[in-house]
Design a protein around this ligand. Structure first.
Ligand SMILES: [Zn+2]
Length: 75
């Protein structure tokens, strides 16, 4: 199974967005992490689908937790 590339982005209120790179065109699509449900399909502007599984959401939520706690250490 192919591993989806994703990253996290935070706005000034510390709401996380999941940023996913399209396999085909490389374009990044972002969705608010809170608004994502497992097994959501996000349509890239090139027309291909990016599937978000519960595993991605779990990994993103875990990374969000780590990033938030490291920010707290710095401030
Ligand atoms: Zn695409």
């Amino acid at each position: 199974m192919k591993q989806m590339a994703f990253d996290l982005d935070f706005d000034k209120h510390f709401n996380a967005s999941l940023v996913m790179a399209c396999d085909h065109c490389g374009k990044e699509t972002s969705r608010h992490l809170k608004s994502l449900a497992p097994d959501t399909v996000v349509r890239c502007s090139c027309g291909c689908d990016i599937e978000i599984t519960s595993r991605h959401i779990l990994a993103a939520t875990e990374r969000q937790r780590q990033i938030k706690s490291s920010y707290r250490l710095m401030t």
